[in-house]
Design a protein around this ligand. Structure first.
Ligand SMILES: Cc1cc2nc3c(=O)[nH]c(=O)nc-3n(C[C@H](O)[C@H](O)[C@H](O)COP(=O)(O)O)c2cc1C
Length: 210
């Protein structure tokens, strides 16, 4: 009840703010709803360095195990995107779609590396970092995709990295349509495409709580 009340107040505030020309703010839930894994981008929209910097800046506020802050970020813009693109794999659950479709490839990436040896806590830091950046991208009106399936050696060599890449985020202006589908625990969690819409099955709150 309280959550709905606050959400409503925030919506009213945002509606008034945009009417009055003030900067719009977003609730966490609305940012998370917008923040879908995007595998098709508008090729005419070229991501700028300041946009990638703004996304990476989320890490200056993020928690980190023992506050080590061992993650480092290589920004890849349109001039270098071709060095990363052949080595990343998108949409493994939809092999027949061969994503990204030609002409809809992302033209920017953030390659996450670490100064520390891989460890359990480092990978938790990576997860927190990725989600923080995905939400920041959504806040500035961009779309993104976390990519764990890529050829780390090839990316490292192509970009001349001294550090091993752990994960990659693709960034751009998305052109895909999404739908979140509530499912029961016994239903398939594979995402699927129907009539040009990318459907993402999600478990209900009551099924998540033990
Ligand atoms: C750690 C991690 C690695 C992922 N790796 C890939 C990947 O290599 N390629 C890809 O297309 N999607 C990848 N994804 C995106 C997931 O497929 C996506 O989060 C899932 O389908 C749910 O969709 P949603 O993010 O829109 O909720 C990855 C997501 C996470 C969290």
């Amino acid at each position: 009840m309280a959550d709905n009340f606050l959400e409503k107040r925030l919506q009213d505030y945002n509606a008034n703010a945009s009417k009055n020309g003030r900067k719009q703010s977003f609730s966490l839930a609305s940012l998370m709803r917008k923040s879908r894994s995007c595998r098709g981008y508008d090729a005419s929209f070229v991501v700028r360095a300041d946009q990638l910097r703004r996304i990476v800046a989320a890490n200056t506020l993020a928690p980190s195990s023992r506050n080590r802050q061992a993650l480092r970020f290589r920004l890849v813009l349109a001039d270098e995107a071709c060095k990363v693109l052949p080595h990343v794999r998108m949409g493994a659950a939809l092999p027949h779609c061969k994503l990204p479709l030609p002409g809809t490839e992302p033209n920017a990436f953030i390659v996450i590396c670490a100064t520390d040896e891989p460890s359990e806590s480092l990978y938790i830091d990576v997860g927190i970092s990725v989600q923080s950046m995905l939400l920041q991208a959504a806040e500035i009106g961009l779309n993104a995709l976390c990519i764990g399936s890529f050829d780390a050696v090839a990316v490292s060599r192509a970009l001349g990295l001294a550090l091993q890449p752990l994960i990659i985020i693709a960034v751009g202006k998305g052109i895909e349509k999404f739908s979140l589908v509530e499912i029961s625990p016994d239903e398939s969690r594979d995402y699927y495409r129907k009539d040009g819409v990318h459907h993402v099955p999600k478990l209900r709150l009551d099924d998540l709580i033990l």
